[in-house]
Each structure stands twice: as C-alpha cells, then as structure tokens.
Ligand binder design. Structure first.
Ligand code: FAD
Length: 399
C-alpha cells in the first residue's frame, strides 16, 4: 500500500501535523498503538498544558481552538517564581504588555480530543488504531513500514511522533541525549477556598518544587517535583494528609485545599535527539525533543516543529520537489534545532540550579531572581521565551 506520508503516533503532535497537511491533497496514514476509543475520548491524565500565545494562534489556524469550550481554557494573567522560604518573587504580568494573558492552560486530554475530532473529519487522512509499528526501512526512493498486524506500507516520508522514548528513532539509528533527573513529577487538580486571581506560582522550595496553576473557578493544577522515593510516599498519602501537605507548603495562600482528581506520576527524563531527520524519516514532538515540564515548553515546541515541517513540505509541493527529499528534511532540521537546542539546555540548566540545595547554588538563585526582576532586557527575554507573544505578531504564524 503506497501512501505519501505515514505518521507514527496519533498523540497531540502527530494529530496536529496531520491537520496541518489538510490542504496539500497528500495521502496521509496515521499509525497509533492505542485503541480507537482512547483516541475518541482520551481520559484525564493529570496534565494541564500551559500553551503560549503562539501555540494558541497555531491551534486557531488549525481549527482546533474553536473546538475547545471556554470553560476548559484558563488564562494565566500573572506568574510568580519563588525561591525557598523567601517572600521575594520574580513576577511577570500580562498587563505590562497589554496582552490578555501570558498563556492559557488546557488539559492534555481536551487538546487530544479536539485534535482527534478535527482530524477524523479530514478525507485524505486515515487513522489506523490498535496497531504498532514494528519495523522500518528507508532508502533513497521510498520508506517501508511494518505493522504489528502483519501489514507492510510504503510512503515517500515517515514522520515519527511516537513519544520521547520513540522506538522508531532507535530503529533508524538516531541517537538521543537523555537526561534523567532522578525525580518524578506528580500532577493533579485541587479545589481551594480563595480565588487564585489567575496567578500562576512556581515555588522552588528546598527538596521539592511546587507549581500551582490557575484553572477555571476555584481550582488549580498542582505540579510537584520530588525525588522518586518522596514521590512514592506522596502518592500513598491518604487524601486528607495530602491536602494538608500541599496547603501548608503553599503557605495557605489559597486557604483550604482539596484533591478533586487522581494523582498522576511522570518520571522526569528529558530527551534531545542528536538529529531530527535521516533518509525519508523525520522526528516531531517529544520524539524530537522531550522537555522537562518546568518551563512548559514541551508541546509548544511540538506545535512549532510540526508547523515548520508541514510548511517545508508545502513549499516542496509548490516547487514540484520530492516531499521526502533531503532538502526538505535538512531545512526542517536546521530551523527546529535552532529553536529547540537553547531552550532544552537552558531549561535543564534552570532545573539544575533551582533543585540544587548546595549553598552556592542557593545564593546564585537569589541573584538570578533579582537580576531577572530588575534588569529589564533580561526580564523581557525570559517573558518572551515563556509566552512567545512577540512571535504571534510576525507572519506567517510567526515562523
Ligand atoms: C507532567 C507534564 C506536564 C507537562 N506540561 C506541559 C506544559 O505545561 N506545556 C507544554 O507545552 N508541554 C507540557 N508537557 C509536555 C507535553 O505533554 C508533551 O510535549 C506532549 O504530550 C507530546 O506529544 P507527542 O504527540 O509528541 O507525544 P505523546 O503524547 O507521547 O504521544 C505519542 C503517541 O505515539 C503512540 N506510539 C508510540 N509508539 C508507537 C508505535 N511504535 N507505533 C504506533 N504508535 C506509537 C503512543 O501511543 C502515543 O499516542 C508536559 C508533560 C508532562 C509529563
């Protein structure tokens, strides 16, 4: 069976990429390991994704944003970064830049559902679920993909969006740098007595970090990063003790707090593929770059990457070039590497600094917070990186 493009993985990156190809007329097949019911109605997985202003614009352009109900979108108007027990904080405020919000929180399952609902209506995209990719070969003229149902498919290009632990990246011999932080992040939702005023907090307390992110109504998304043994204890704590623990660690800023969801753990491993492309094969989403969630860049970068690759493919079609040829792929790789590499290493550096409890690191943190707060160009740069606001003003779609 010959396709133009085979996409491996119908997660949020793979689905967005399929939607980006809607007007190309290319024959696209998606291969997804999960059953169809999970794609149609993905369960809440604890993740509330902070989307930058650029990501919102990209999702609007793909017709996804209008599929998400207003009550599922929570604007972040201000963000505060705190260090240890100090009341001093680095703050970012959307009103300073005359923008509606620094970013928007939408839960991962809501994004996935909106993407699936949209992509399932596209004629030139077929989604094959409940099937895994078990083998992959490419050469200068075609790519060949073997499936767990015994079928083999051919295409001009294979795009892998099969997670940060991508099996096909390994099959294609692409190495990746992996950084295991030896920590686990636990995510859940809690309700609280007092309003959050749409302020996000990132508290780098010693031993563990706590992010409290504003959702609709008096609810927040809670993100706790801790060494894995501490996480295990946290997961075992009875609800009432857990509620009390978070309430106290957040210094009662939101009054009485109560769990309203399960607690979901994710081991913290960041991944950056050494290259994003090889013969007739490209990596997007977490398969290309899997970020530490502290700077909330993972899916935002995934959206930018898929948009870039789709644009390069559209350009090739216009020029009657090979859509899986090395020119297209090299161009994508160069641009996506330029964007992702500094963010990947910068984020890991921030994590190392803010989770290191040695005295020099604690002192340096205080200097960094004060410098960032008081030195306008530094603050502006951090804010732009976190919100991607300026990029939304550029055309086409900021890239
Ligand atoms: C706790 C947490 C908080 C986060 N917060 C944010 C945030 O605030 N902002 C942000 O931008 N990002 C955030 N992220 C990152 C974001 O969740 C990811 O970047 C995003 O989900 C990656 O999407 P993906 O489609 O690349 O990969 P995945 O979501 O991992 O999807 C991969 C898909 O491929 C399928 N698959 C895998 N192997 C195969 C195979 N061999 N054959 C067929 N199918 C296969 C899987 O079943 C899956 O459906 C967070 C992540 C975590 C863990």
């Amino acid at each position: 069976m010959k396709q133009d493009i085979i996409i491996i993985g119908a997660g949020p990156a793979g689905l967005a990429f399929a939607r980006s190809l809607v007007d190309t007329g290319l024959k696209v097949t998606m291969i997804e390991r999960s059953p169809l019911e999970q794609l149609k109605a993905p369960a809440f997985d604890g993740r509330d994704i902070a989307l930058t202003n650029l990501s919102v614009k990209l999702l609007q352009g793909l017709g996804i944003w209008s599929r998400i109900q207003n009550s599922d979108i929570s604007p972040i108007k201000q963000a505060r970064v705190l260090d240890g027990a100090s009341p001093y904080f680095l703050d970012f405020d959307s009103t300073e830049d005359d923008i509606e919000a620094l970013g928007y929180l939408v839960s991962n399952n809501v994004i996935r559902k909106a993407l699936y609902d949209e992509v399932s209506t596209i004629e030139n995209v077929e989604i094959i679920s409940n099937v895994s990719v078990t083998g992959l070969d490419t050469n200068s003229t075609r790519a060949s993909v073997r499936l767990s149902n015994g079928q083999t498919m051919e295409s001009s290009l294979v795009v892998a969006a099969d997670s940060r632990f991508s099996e096909t990246r390994r099959m294609m011999g692409i190495a990746a740098s992996m950084h295991d932080f030896g920590r686990t992040v636990t995510v859940c939702r809690m309700s609280h007595e007092k309003p959050h005023l749409n302020i996000a907090h990132e508290c780098f307390s010693y031993g563990r970090t706590l992010a409290v992110l504003p959702l609709s109504g008096n609810q927040s998304s809670i993100v706790i990063t801790a060494p894995t043994d501490v996480t295990e204890q946290l997961l075992q704590l009875p609800d009432e003790q857990f509620n009390m623990d978070i309430q106290q660690r957040f210094e009662n800023r939101l009054g009485k707090m109560e769990l309203v969801s399960e607690r979901h753990p994710y081991p913290l491993v960041a991944v950056h593929a050494r290259k994003f492309v090889t013969t007739r094969y490209a990596l997007i989403g977490d398969a290309a770059v899997g970020m530490h969630p502290v700077t909330a860049h993972g899916y935002n970068l995934g959206l930018r990457g898929q948009h870039q690759l789709a644009n390069d493919i559209k350009q090739a079609i216009k020029q009657r070039d090979d859509i899986g040829g090395s020119e297209v792929l090299k161009n994508y790789q160069a641009k996506h590497t330029r964007i992702t590499r500094p963010l990947y290493h910068g984020t890991n550096g921030i994590v190392n600094l803010f989770t290191n409890d040695a005295v020099p690191a604690k002192l340096l943190r205080k200097v960094v917070l004060r410098l960032s707060n008081n030195f306008k160009p530094v603050k502006y740069l951090i804010k732009q990186t976190l919100t991607e606001t300026r990029l939304t003003q550029k055309t086409p779609l900021g890239l």
